[in-house]
Design a protein. Sequence first.
Length: 244
Amino acid sequence: MKIVICEDERYWHDALYAAIHKWAKNKKVEVKCDSFSSPQKLINYLSTNGEIDVLFLDISLGDEVIDGVAAARHIRKTGNRVPIIFVTVDSARAVDGYLVEAMGFLCKPIDEKRLSLFLDRIIRQKQNERTIPIMSETGVINVPQSEIVYVEIINHTIYYYTDKREISLRGTLAETLDLLGNENFVQVHRSYVVSKLKIKEIKATYPYSVSLAYGTEIKVLPVSRNFANRLMEMYADEVWEMMI
């Protein structure tokens, strides 16, 4: 994971750097951090380095003529869509971030929980772009993860229901879960695994169910008691992250 920090105060740079590497160690994610103390050096760097996963940008950069917000405006004008997270001592200035489509902001001192939520979200977004190789009965089919709606098992046959097709193969739900991972998929029943990205509604009273966006239709699947609480907790976490 490639991260860039633009912060002119050494104390806050080191605090943010340490928090990022603490998260990376806990999540077992390899990160590389490049650091800059001025927006001009950052802009020069970004002009020749496009593969950045996230930019932590201090709003107030000392006595620089170009502050963090102005630097972000310049970055956006060049067409660079790198996720930007502003770092600030004044949360009131965070509203400026919406003008440059910032992902959000962190207040000093650094809130490690909030930082973790941001970085977790970026990891999920990167995983959404991956392609999953499914060994079907006719051969290997590479399916973009974002197209998978849900998976069903019937008598040892796995059915993948995607936005474009239905794929079947022999296997187990455990093998399927290992392939898909739990960042973007959640088991809701002994027979069903659903994409978190496709969830439109959860019925939180018995009998529990989940509604999924399936093309132009809505697919409703049952949720068993054994998985209902975990689904509610997951959904609450997702809502919280959308609010930060």
